[in-house]
Design a protein around this ligand. Structure first.
Ligand SMILES: [Ca+2]
Ligand SMILES: [Ca+2]
Ligand SMILES: [Ca+2]
Length: 532
């Protein structure tokens, strides 16, 4: 049989399914009381299903906030935890409404099936200009089934189902346990996705966040409250503290670094690559996770609860487990994990959940076997133009849905059907949050600072109205530190450039003022200056 280049690429699927690891030393015994590490072989592909024992099916709108004419964004909170998260959720809804100009609706909800949840989204999509949703707490998910090129059955939770508002999902095959393959028949699990009268593409973006991670030291309410507090702080004043991306590619994936880089370079300049075979170890990874960066992108053989790192030509392995994440105390906002099943949120203690809930804000991963990194340009182009996580992931998913259209039998489309987003989908990793409204500006001039973060030795002021001639106005550019003290002031000259060589790295505020010290611009811009 001849393989196309695409199928050759899919050949490099990597999972840790064949690992026969002995359990590593337990570092914090408090976490694991009555939670012995499972036998790895037993837990692989077990698809532990969290039961939804509720027969109710409702979404009660509690309030809406933001621009009533704007696009709709739904925050659905599982009704069991709604009361315990009340203030966290309302603060979050107000933050999103302010930052995105959406009409944000908050619901206390329970759904008894993925189909009823999807029906709710479809109603919003048709009648309410719904563009995306955030599921907080336990909500249903749909499985999708297929076979990989090498004959392995896949049945991951499939967020694409919930995000596709008008495609058609068919159940024409059933899993046959005898042969471990799909055979003609039905089993209530969709196996075929066609355009039908709509399109196979996804139309709304989606993030989910459930705090039930039994290996973690905190309760679900505590980790979710922490998450929303962190999210609020990031939006208020802490965004883009570092704009470094780290690629941490273990042995078998090291040869994919250049391919991964070609996408990431669409969005970031400061990229650190760790890919030396013997340098990439679990211990080294633990240390790297403590560093300040915008993204950690590990690529390693994985299973839902951890990563495997190889050395000495693969003759030695060590492991990084999800339960270690709370002890690491990382401050990395974003994760993209190239590793099998790391995003499989139906599995207890899945590692992407730990990354996001213990220190992070958003994580993207696979709910099934993962391919090696390939063709992520659409995702990074979207991120690079200040797109949000949810839309960027959808760009990638739609690219891959169209890449394999029509679907090929026995070629599981990993990137089209087994990718998920854990966390708030509205976050924009390259946006600088925290622009402030100026006090009674003399003019309502809109402008921004380019580049921002300021990584060179100077920045420029760019006015939205390109016809505006600031030279004649006697405008000064004032730079203030986070406490509001003026650290530098210069008269606006011909090209609006300001040198930053004499400033230490940090967060500053920039105001444009007239001769009397009154704001000219309508906004006070935040600038991140990175010393060279
Ligand atoms: Ca089926
Ligand atoms: Ca569609
Ligand atoms: Ca290694």
């Amino acid at each position: 049989m001849l393989f196309t280049p695409l199928i050759n690429f899919l050949l490099s699927l990597f999972s840790a399914a064949s690992i026969n690891s002995t359990a590593p030393a337990i570092q914090n015994s408090n976490i694991l009381v009555n939670k012995p590490l499972e036998n790895k072989v037993q837990i692989e592909n077990s698809h532990l299903k969290k039961p939804l024992n509720k027969i109710q099916n409702f979404a009660e709108k509690k309030y809406e906030t933001g621009n009533k004419q704007g696009e709709s964004f739904y925050v659905l909170v599982n009704s069991d935890i709604y009361d315990s998260l009340g203030t966290s959720i309302s603060q979050h809804a107000n933050d999103v409404a302010r930052d995105e100009n959406y009409n944000v609706s908050v619901f206390s909800a329970l759904f008894n099936s993925p189909d009823s949840l999807k029906g709710f989204f479809q109603q919003g999509y048709e009648n309410d200009d719904l563009i995306g949703a955030f599921l907080v707490g336990n909500f249903p998910y749909k499985f999708f089934q297929g076979m990989t090129y090498d004959g392995e059955y896949q049945q991951p939770p499939c967020e694409t189902f919930l995000k596709d508002m008008d495609g058609t999902w068919l159940d024409t095959l059933r899993y046959d346990p005898g042969t471990e393959t799909l055979v003609p028949g039905t089993d209530s699990i969709p196996d075929t996705h066609i355009h039908g009268t709509g399109s196979r593409e996804v139309e709304i973006f989606l993030g989910r966040l459930e705090g039930n991670l039994p290996w973690g030291p905190k309760t679900e309410t505590e980790v979710l409250q922490d998450y929303f507090a962190r999210n609020h702080l990031y939006r208020e004043n802490n965004s883009a503290e570092s704009d470094t991306v780290m690629l941490y590619f273990d042995d078998d994936l090291a040869h994919r670094v250049d391919i991964a880089l070609s996408g990431i370079q669409q969005a970031y300049n400061n990229i650190v690559v760790i890919s030396d075979s013997n340098e990439t170890t679990a211990d080294d990874y633990r240390e790297k996770l403590t560093r300040k960066m915008a993204w950690m992108i590990p690529a390693a053989h994985s299973w839902p609860r951890g990563h495997r790192f190889d050395k000495n030509n693969g003759t030695e392995h060590d492991y990084f487990w999800s339960y270690e994440v709370p002890n690491i105390g990382h401050e990395v906002p974003y994760f993209l994990v190239y590793g099998c099943n790391a995003g499989e949120f139906t599995e207890d203690n899945f590692i992407l959940g730990f990354y996001v809930l213990y220190g992070g804000l958003g994580g993207i991963g696979y709910t099934a076997r993962a391919p090696s990194p390939n063709e992520w340009e659409q995702f990074w182009l979207e991120i690079g133009s200040e797109g949000n996580l949810g839309e960027a992931l959808n760009e990638h998913v739609n690219y891959w849905i169209n890449r394999l259209d029509p679907p090929q039998p026995n070629v599981w489309n990993n990137d089209g059907y087994s990718m998920d987003l854990i966390g708030d989908p509205t976050l924009r990793p390259r946006k600088l949050y925290g622009v402030e409204i100026a006090d009674n500006p003399v003019k309502n001039l809109e402008y921004k600072i380019v580049p921002n973060p300021v990584v060179g030795k100077q920045f420029s002021i760019k006015f939205n109205d390109s016809n505006y001639m600031p030279e004649s106005e006697g405008i000064s550019i004032g730079i203030y530190d986070v406490k509001g003290s003026l650290v530098k002031k210069e008269l606006y000259n011909g090209d609006g450039k300001i040198d930053t060589e004499d400033l230490a790295s940090g967060v500053y505020f920039v105001r444009l003022v007239d001769e009397n010290g009154k704001d000219i611009g309508s906004k006070v811009q935040k600038a991140i200056i990175v010393a060279n």
